[in-house]
Design a protein around this ligand. Sequence first.
Ligand SMILES: [Cu+2]
Length: 493
Amino acid sequence: MNRRDFVRLGWATVIATGAGKLRPVLPRSLAPRQVPGPVPHPMATPMELKATGRAADFTLRIAPTMVELAPQVVISTIGYSDKVPGPLLRMREGQLVTVEVANDTDVPEYVHWHGLFVPSEVDGAEEEGTPPVAPHGRRRYQFVAKPAGSRWYHSHTAAMMDLHRGSYTGQFGFLMIDSGNDPGLYDQEVFLALHEWEPYLTTMDQDEMAADPGDPMPEKPANPDQRPNGLEVGAPLYSINDKMLGAGDPIRVKPGQRVLMHLLNASASQIHRLALSGHKFQVVALDGNPVPSPQLVSVIEIAPGERVDAMVEMNQPGVWILGELRDVARSSGMGIVVEYADQQQRATWLPPPNARWDYTVFGTAAPHPAPDQTVDMVLEKVPGGPNGINHWLVNGKEYPHEREFVLRQGRRYRLVFHNRSDDSHPLHMHRHLFELVELNGKPTAGVKKDTVIVPAFGRAAVDLVADQPGLTLFHCHIQQHMDFGFMALLRYA
Ligand SMILES: [Cu+2]
């Protein structure tokens, strides 16, 4: 029996034993050994489920790697197991999973399991008390896979002024938790991760989308801060997965197919807006959680940390660009070609109709239970000036916040985010989901997320049920903002 047969047999045993216990049992003599061999394409197959109880289900090796973004454009970064994105980790809901991480770099690392309900010691955040993977050391992360949906994993180290660490690197990958209830009403599933490369510091801010003057901006102060802005992070190169627009294989489709797209923004710094020329997206899940009202949209906005699952009906034969709305981002690589069978023309970009991204259209009007307590968070920028870095305040102070936010188990908290800055921020809560209650005065219900964009001078309210005891990190998912103060630690009483 060769290795491939074993893996197949392993999975067959898993399937035969049903969804609950995922422990394929094979005679010990048949247990596969770790042998170096050809590496499958990262998106082609999930990593192999090992057949023994003692072996890890997945292994990740953190190490320097080269990425050929396009012919003659090769960058060096840190990645997982020589793949960017890292291997797809696919598991069943409720499965006990062990991930063995080897760190072949000279610095401590943390792997964060984004969107999972895992204990603080496993979550992959130093602030919560997770131990690091020591330089040239190994560590096992073990957790029960929940909840079902599109999750991801990524480095959670602070980068500060080092733009070659943390989420500036290629340390990100998809983690899919299957519920077993997926009706599978699609012909293809594709995984698309957005990232930028070779970041640099600038005050030019050319990458930032201008705030929409039509926004209500309920938190705009009467006298906005006039101090000059500090250095922010820009980038000259972009990719979807490991390729710049036009450099990789297209997404190959046939007329009439339904394609389920799993979009992930793994950028350290940028919110992106995407469109697929000639097509619309049926948004079915946000941050991996099914939405109450799936809607057809022309444009998807996705911030660092967020995921959007969208179904696309392939009903417009041709060769099209799925890409960023800003020309500068698309021409720097942020896009991928969608090619119908038997079509050879050049890929076409058609700017989408003017459309605004609004989470509330995916919600319902159902009333929320009254919260037990409302917690206000005022979010402010301290501009750094031309040669400095901006610093960020949560309720008047930079991280650490040790005792400010204490939750009681079982209570429902309404967190109200007051963004008093001129940037949009994707705010992420570890180890929990929250439900969107209000965005800039618009009420909604049923939209469950772990990361929410609060627009410039905007306000959002979310409900969080305190049902995951343990230290819980809250932060802006823009790496520089998080590193320079934009974090808070929640604890349970
Ligand atoms: Cu931010």
